[in-house]
Ligand binder design. Structure first.
Ligand code: SF4
Length: 739
């Protein structure tokens, strides 16, 4: 497709999970305006401040456009061939001398926002052959994957709240008014919440902080950080005690109900209340309201995952949805069906397990093919066989986003070799020997492989590149392909087309085997100017709504999406049970043994005394982790990186608004400016994450003027949810005094 340097273009925003449509104005090779696309089938014109800066973000002068190679303590620009030769020289000796597990890889969150991330990371991981795979998932949503893995047999079968049809929404530990939703793709999440109220429904927020979402809710309940599992068990207990359990249409598709009744017995609302702080009678009331509502959905996010009992909490959320008959029904929580995927033909499968291998130093189990990032520094620092000597990051900044960032920062300094695929020289990539910057988002096509599987309404959209390629830059698919080829032992100069063709061949062979059509005949039918487009075309045409390469005329294909730049609406979510279930029994298995065993751990903690002061994070509309702090429009205004303290705590700690406080945890200490506010409950302080842009050797001029402090200096790499390996980032015990 021809790319115009001047004109109007439509583009799915890749900056968060909401997948809004943007209308971009381009002039002479630059994006000069970004507005919401009013005709977009999913977002209907909604845009947030981050999306409005799409042009600024892509044209950021600090964005790297050429590779960098470290020479002494400086990074210098080099050509692409030289950069890949340097990668070959750095990686290969490590593999030859110490084996594949001596190379570790970290995948950051932005990977789920690119087509290259969706298509080219699996080949890279296979080529590396390492068990040292780490990602942002274990500082974010891994508990949800594990809970869904045990319940439904697949860690990616994640039901989302049917926001547009529900009558009652209970939100735990999520702030979609600021985040615009997570593990629930819902452009204009705030508008969808207002619509619940407008049609006579309600939404209730449970959170240790009065977030913007809580301010707009029909009710906000403060809860002690990390104790949502008790609240939810109190609800489950009540559902059984008051004979309110009604599986509705799920009857016959669920096993383990009686065992859940037994597990919930000790968690009376009064005992749950002692642990979580929500009054027992209110816990009973929530149970009754969820059971009585025509439809209801319980939705939990980061505050329910990044805690000590993250997997149990995620599991309990779905248990409540099951017991109230709200799983897989309109208005409850439902499984999306993305256009690039096919429905399964029958229920049942191998189920889910963890621990196929364990981390070398702490013996932590593998989960979903990766190890907890909380133990990455251990693996780099600890001598012995299998020690990590070389490190690859792809679009990640773990020094700022993972626990005990100061320790990881030191550990990275001791590596033999490090290469980063990243557009910025940031707090992590400053350690890299080679930095390979992908071209900016405006120069690549976009399809949301990850988020269309989580959308609250089925739809599909593809955005071709908005701007022409930078002649001196490199496409991200080419970068990952060349890295993969080097990892596979090929010469660093090998044409990336070799891998592009292999991937297309493999995709076509799968289709050919199923359809009985020769591969070459199919290949002639594939559309697309770019390798990622061709792979997408195959996936769409063989997916749930595809044209089957002509077998289903009018079905989806790349060409059809190109002809519909505002997206194609595929209708409201449809029930998918039992087809979606991949458990061995082909049912929703409520009581997998690892879950049952962990309930005992939760019960053992029931009488625990609450900590005096605990730290939680917080989200802001104009921020997304660490990587948007170099855009002036997103960081201007008053300092947002403040330590929120309740007035009662401020008084006893002799702190006033604007003071500098010293915050200390087991892991480290920071100084932060105090903001006294009743938005946090007593005993809770809040500091946002993703800040701390004051380290030397970075190239983030704007961020350096607004450095903030790194909250992950305080988070503890030894505090994890045992089932998922997810870090505990909320509910960190801290001490505070005037600085
Ligand atoms: S809500 Fe997310 S997807 Fe929508 S404009 Fe903002 S950053 Fe982009």
């Amino acid at each position: 497709m021809t790319v115009e340097a001047t004109g109007t273009a439509y583009r799915t925003c890749p900056l968060c999970e909401a997948a809004c449509g943007l209308t971009l104005t381009t002039r002479e090779g630059r994006i000069v305006a970004a507005r919401g696309d009013r005709e977009h089938v999913f977002s209907h014109g909604f845009i947030c401040p981050k999306g409005a800066t799409f042009g600024d973000l892509t044209a950021d002068p600090d964005r790297l456009r050429r590779p960098l190679v470290r020479r002494g303590d400086r990074h210098e620009e080099v050509g692409w061939d030289e950069a890949f030769r340097a990668v070959e020289r750095g990686l290969r000796p490590v593999v030859e001398r110490y084996g594949p597990h001596a190379v570790a890889l970290y995948l950051g969150n932005p990977n789920v926002h690119t087509m290259a991330g969706g298509l080219y990371l699996t080949p890279l991981l296979k080529a590396l052959g390492t068990r040292g795979i780490f990602s942002a998932s274990t500082v974010d949503q891994m508990p949800k994957h594990v809970a869904c893995g045990y319940l439904y047999g697949s860690p990616v079968a994640i039901p989302v709240p049917d926001l547009d049809r529900t009558d009652l929404l209970l939100i735990l530990g999520a702030n979609p008014w600021e985040s615009n939703g997570s593990l629930a793709t819902a452009a204009d999440f705030p508008g969808r919440l207002k619509a619940i109220q407008a049609r006579g429904g309600r939404f209730v927020v449970v959170d240790p902080r009065r977030t913007r979402t809580a301010e707009h809710a029909d009710e906000h309940l403060f809860i002690r950080p990390g104790t949502d599992a008790y609240l939810l068990f109190g609800i489950v207990h009540t559902l059984f005690a008051e004979d309110l359990v009604d599986l509705g249409g799920l009857a016959g598709h669920v096993t383990g109900v009686d065992r859940v009744r037994e597990l919930a017995r000790p968690f009376t609302p009064e005992r749950a209340s002692e642990a979580c702080g929500v009054p027992g009678e209110r816990i009973r009331g929530l149970a009754r309201e969820l059971a009585a509502a025509p439809t209801a959905a319980v939705y939990g996010r980061i505050g329910t995952c990044t805690v000590e009992f993250g997997t149990l909490t995620s599991w309990l959320i779905d248990v409540v949805n099951v017991l109230t008959g709200n799983l897989d029904r309109p208005g409850g929580v439902m499984f999306p069906l993305a256009a690039h995927l096919s429905p399964r033909t029958r229920p049942g499968g191998n189920g889910f397990s963890t621990g196929r291998w364990r981390s070398r130093v702490r013996g932590l189990p593998e989960v979903k093919g990766e190890l907890p990032v909380a133990t990455l520094a251990d693996e780099i620092e600890t001598p012995g066989d299998g020690r990590v000597r070389a490190f690859i990051t792809v679009a990640g900044n773990p020094v700022l986003s993972t626990p005990n960032g100061e320790r990881l920062d030191r550990a990275l300094g001791g590596l033999d070799f490090m290469v980063s695929v990243d557009p910025y020289l940031n707090e992590t990539t400053r350690h890299a020997d080679v930095v390979l910057p992908p071209s900016d988002p405006a120069r690549k096509g976009h399809y949301d492989f990850a988020f269309l599987t989580l959308a609250v309404r089925n739809f599909a959209a593809y955005s071709p590149p908005v701007l022409p390629p930078d002649p001196a830059g490199m496409d991200e698919c080419d970068i990952l392909a060349r890295l993969t080829l080097v990892a596979a032992g090929r010469d660093a100069g090998t044409d990336p087309a070799v891998l592009h063709e292999q991937l297309l061949d493999r995709a076509l062979q799968r289709v050919a085997a199923a359809a009985g059509t020769p591969v070459d005949a199919l290949r002639a039918l594939v559309s697309g100017d770019h390798p990622a487009e061709r792979l997408l075309d195959v996936a769409l045409r063989t997916g749930a709504y595809g044209d089957g390469f002509g077998a289903r005329p009018g079905g989806l294909s790349l060409d059809r999406l190109l002809a519909n730049p505002h997206g194609v609406d595929l209708g409201p979510l449809q029930p998918r049970i039992p087809e979606v279930l991949q458990t061995p029994s082909g049912t929703v298995e409520l009581c997998a043994e690892p879950i049952v065993a962990d309930v005992e751990r939760l019960r053992g903690a029931l009488g625990r005394q609450p900590q005096d002061l605990v730290l939680i994070g917080r989200r802001h509309l104009r921020s997304n982790n660490s990587w948007m702090h170099n855009v002036p429009a997103l960081v201007k205004g008053r300092d947002r990186c403040t330590l929120q303290v309740h007035p009662a705590d401020a008084a006893r700690l002799a702190l006033t608004d604007g003071d500098e406080a010293e915050v200390t945890s087991r892991a480290g200490a920071v100084h932060a400016r105090v903001e006294v506010t009743e938005a946090v409950m007593p005993g809770v302080v809040s500091l946002p994450h993703g800040w701390g842009h004051d380290l030397p050797g970075t190239r983030l001029a704007v961020a350096a003027e607004h450095p903030g402090v790194n909250s992950n200096v305080l988070t503890d790499e030894f505090a994890i949810d045992v089932l998922s390996g997810n870090s505990v980032l909320n509910g960190i015990p801290v001490e505070i005094k005037p600085a």
